[in-house]
Design a protein around this ligand. Structure first.
Ligand code: SAM
Length: 411
């Protein structure tokens, strides 16, 4: 089935499409109408964190896609608003942790999603030259075997389970060409439990599938030629080894800075008074279903979702099924995670949050009010806030996004 976007593009004539693109770009540029409050210097930094858009390739940032990732320059800007070790209770793919390391600061990232934990760990791994050489060798050998598996399947054609190293879930056959399934099965087998190899494997799983994108479950009909999946895996592994080398050179060999990643519910953090700063971007209310978006990776990698389907905050599905209850749950969850995050701060520590309002069935969902209430209840003082209107490609509307900075009292 063609995607909504490609259908729109097909319906529009070329000049219409160009005009629509221009309009979208000018609306994006109009995100200039910022509302700033509080300390002016801090509010300007918050604004720059919301505005950054350019593609960033430094160290491991470009390695693995993750939905609603913070912009690396945005994370770097937020980190300048405080000091000391950093906590990100909704760390996703680990953008804040990577930037903390690059700023010479240690960090802890938490997320309930098993794919987030896998990606954030891989992207913050401190490696030696020997480990990077091992990754390159593993990838070369795995790609050789997988290439042969793909070509053999393409010759014999169709769904041939006798060629597999391990059973492949039925749902996966629906999302890949049969020879791609064979290549992925061979890669998975060759990679085994190697964490960096698994992360490289994970990084290609949507691109080689028939799914339109990381955030859309629509199908595309584009077939992937045999053996190109193995080649992509090998290329990604070499790139990742180079990115890890850049990271290792930037952070040095000492015991600090270092990054840790826990699979933990942000509402129930155990950390107390350890962090100079919390920098985070929680789910926006009603925008994504983070766990279901990772269905392919969970199936291929045999990841254990645990209770993350139940515990995911602000899921789109919850807003669709009962909006009133979802709004009430959103307020309760916000109060709980803000409380846990504040307790993890040292006295005088700072909390920087990037969050957008939701838009469910055409109606906005306020994210800022519950955040402010929760922070006040914990005795946090608001230092500054910036709000900008941003174009949301998914819903084709302008939507407010906020960056807010709070400070914990000195007791
Ligand atoms: C906006 S994304 C974070 C993206 C991240 N800043 C990055 O740069 O990749 C929000 C994250 O919150 C996670 N999440 C949702 N509910 C959670 C909970 N109760 N505890 C911890 N993490 C949760 C989701 O799995 C998702 O990874």
């Amino acid at each position: 089935m063609p995607s909504r976007r490609s259908e729109r593009r097909a319906r529009a004539t070329a000049p219409e499409w160009a005009e629509a693109t221009q309009l979208r770009q000018s609306l994006t540029a109009r995100a200039g109408q910022a509302l700033r409050e509080g300390d002016d210097a801090a509010a300007k930094v918050l604004e720059s964190a919301l505005r950054t858009r350019e593609r960033v390739e430094r160290t491991t940032h470009g390695f693995h896609a993750y939905p609603a990732a913070l912009h690396p320059d945005g994370a770097a800007a937020l980190l300048t608003l405080g000091s000391g070790p950093v906590l990100d209770p909704f760390c996703g793919g680990g953008t804040v942790l990577v930037e903390a390391l690059l700023a010479g600061r240690s960090g802890l990232g938490c997320d309930i999603n098993p794919v987030a934990a896998l990606v954030a760990r891989a992207r913050t791994t401190r490696t030696t030259e020997a480990e990077r050489t091992a990754l390159r060798g593993l990838a070369r050998r795995a790609a050789d075997v997988a290439r042969r598996a793909g070509l053999n399947n393409a010759d014999s054609g169709g769904r041939n389970t006798s060629m597999l190293q391990a059973p492949v879930a039925d749902v996966l056959w629906d999302w890949y060409d049969p020879w791609v399934v064979c290549e992925l099965d061979a890669l998975r087998h060759a990679v085994g439990n190697d964490p960096l190899g698994r992360a490289v494997f994970s990084s290609i799983l949507v691109k080689v599938s028939r799914r339109e994108s990381e955030t859309a479950n629509h199908r595309t009909e584009e077939a992937r030629p045999p053996s190109t999946t193995a080649t992509l895996f090998h290329k990604r592994a070499r790139e990742f080894a180079r990115q890890l080398e850049e990271l290792a050179a930037a952070i040095g060999e000492g015991p600090e800075p270092r990054a840790r990643v826990h699979r933990e519910d942000a509402r129930e953090l155990r950390e107390r008074g350890e962090f100079g700063m919390v920098v985070t971007s929680p789910p926006y209310p009603g925008v994504y279903d983070y766990l279901p978006l990772q269905q392919l990776r969970i199936a291929w990698l045999g990841l254990e979702p645990g209770e993350s389907l139940r515990d995911e905050i602000g899921s789109r599905r919850s807003f669709k099924s009962d909006r009133t209850e979802a709004v009430a749950a959103w307020k309760r969850d916000t109060a709980r995670w803000v409380r846990a995050a504040c307790r993890a701060l040292v006295p005088g520590g700072r909390l920087a949050v990037v969050i957008g309002d939701g838009l469910v069935a055409g109606r906005p969902v306020d994210a800022l009010g519950p955040l402010g209430e929760a922070a006040r209840a914990e005795g946090m003082e608001r230092v500054a806030r910036t709000t900008v209107e941003r174009w949301d490609e998914g819903v084709e509307r302008m939507r407010p996004e906020h960056a807010v900075l709070y400070e914990r009292g000195s007791k």
